[in-house]
Design a protein around this ligand. Structure first.
Ligand code: BJ8
Length: 430
């Protein structure tokens, strides 16, 4: 596939979406080269990865066309930046939900013309995509729904609203009974906003359908993650991360089906002893801040240094799919309560206290038979950075090798990170 792989272009479509076409036209070649080097150079990939390769080839064309067609048939598109915004309700209302977090260095300079430099690269990258008109997903959304998780995000939404209608969901910072009361109210307000834009009422059956669809997507990812925990690993960490990223822009029913097809292949691989690395390969759990497309920097460093990533404790990872919504509610009120309860289990460091997350990392470490933890923190993300102190203590107490990394999207520190990661892997090898 490597030589034929080509990220596709569609200047006519991009023009129609109001993009900066001359500037964006170099992007497919850049992405093609990066993808060939990082993904297609891997040995012994599962054959079912072909679907996800195709999703990357069509990332700026085929998938966008599908979304535009759906829009034209009356399905509005809602963009989100956080796994606290309930996509079940978008699906219930007949809309399309797209994750808009930015993982590229290329849009940072656009953002820095307006935003301060010393804020999280994920926020800058997303904002830069919109102001530079260099992301077809941002161009296609009807509205975006932000949240009040971290300071960088919640203040950026005020500015983003100048470019695209931006609603904000208040996410409490604690998880007491009274916070749950507020949270359920916020979920109801979100439901109303989604209904308004879609023009559809989300009744009991529609919500039940939305919950079933997204539960099925999360369950497929759970199955995949538990298969990839097998030692020796039947799939690389890079491929797993890619699938976790695609989960935020693919059509959910098709995506779940393709994930199950991959799982069936991994089942066979495990039975036949087929793996991407020998059993003796050091196994790393990566925890921390999310890695939005096309941020493959740390995984590529780890896996080209002779280790394999066996788990992502991240919102583009297990935090997104570890919990399902209990089905079988009797009325809409109960559906929304159960939905909120599920969302309240997400253990983002924006909450205080957040000790559940520390326990969760240790649990995932054990389940994935990992041999070391690399905690990944995007620059200027204070909550994850400070929470790394507790995570380090918990790991050290159990004798788990631990390393914290703080970085951004620039390639400048790759050499230095590579040296540190190699030393960490040597420490695991003993
Ligand atoms: S639930 S992790 S998706 S807020 S990394 S922008 S917190 S400064 S992404 Fe997140 Fe929701 Fe939490 Fe997950 Fe701010 Fe930190 Fe940047 Fe972050």
């Amino acid at each position: 596939m490597s030589s034929e792989f080509q990220v596709k272009s569609d200047p006519e479509l991009w023009e129609k979406l109001g993009m900066d076409v001359p500037r964006f036209s170099g992007m497919p070649t850049m992405l093609t080269n990066a993808y060939r080097g990082i993904f297609l150079s891997q040995k012994n990939r599962p054959e079912a990865m072909a679907y996800f390769d195709t999703m990357v080839e069509n990332i700026h064309t085929g998938r966008i066309r599908e979304i535009v067609d759906a829009k034209e048939s009356g399905k509005p598109v809602i963009g989100t930046f956080c796994v606290y915004v309930p996509e079940e309700l978008v699906v219930a209302a007949g809309g399309i939900c797209i994750g808009l977090c930015g993982g590229a260095q290329g849009s940072i300079a656009d953002a820095e013309k307006i935003l301060p430099r010393n804020i999280c690269p994920m926020v800058k990258s997303a904002f830069g995509f919109k102001v530079g008109k260099i992301c077809p997903y941002f161009q296609v959304v009807d509205l975006v729904y932000g949240e009040t998780t971290c300071d960088a995000k919640k203040k950026t939404w005020e500015l983003l609203d100048r470019y695209v209608p931006t609603h904000v969901m208040e996410i409490p910072q604690m998880k007491r009974e009274r916070d749950k009361v507020l949270w359920v109210e916020e979920v109801k307000e979100f439901k109303t906003a989604v209904e308004k834009i879609t023009g559809n009422t989300t009744d009991f059956d529609a919500i039940a359908g939305g919950i079933r669809t997204i539960n099925a997507k999360r369950a497929a990812l759970q199955r995949l993650n538990s298969l990839r925990h097998h030692n020796p690993s039947p799939i690389s960490g890079k491929d797993m991360l890619l699938i976790e990223q695609i989960a935020f822009y693919d059509e959910p029913v098709r995506f779940a089906k393709k994930v199950h097809e991959l799982c069936d292949e991994l089942d066979r691989r495990i039975k036949d002893g087929v793996a991407v690395a020998p059993k003796s390969t050091p196994r790393i759990l990566v925890s921390g801040t999310p890695m939005a497309l096309p941020n493959w920097k740390l995984h590529h460093i780890i896996e080209s240094s002779g280790a394999v990533v066996v788990n992502e404790e991240s919102c583009i990872g297990t935090r997104y799919y570890k919990d399902l919504i209990e089905e079988g509610s009797e009325n809409v009120e109960q559906q929304l309560e159960r939905l909120t309860e599920r969302y309240m289990k997400i253990d983002c460091s924006c909450f205080t206290p957040n000790d559940d997350r520390i326990d969760q990392v240790i649990r995932e470490y054990e389940e994935s038979a990992a041999e070391g933890v690399i905690d990944y923190c995007l620059q200027f993300c204070h909550t994850y950075n400070i929470e790394a102190v507790k995570l380090r203590e918990a790991c050290e107490k159990r004798g788990i090798p631990f390393m914290a990394i703080e970085t951004d999207y620039s390639p400048d520190d790759v050499g230095q990170l590579q040296t540190r990661v190699e030393a960490f892997i040597e420490q695991i090898r003993g």
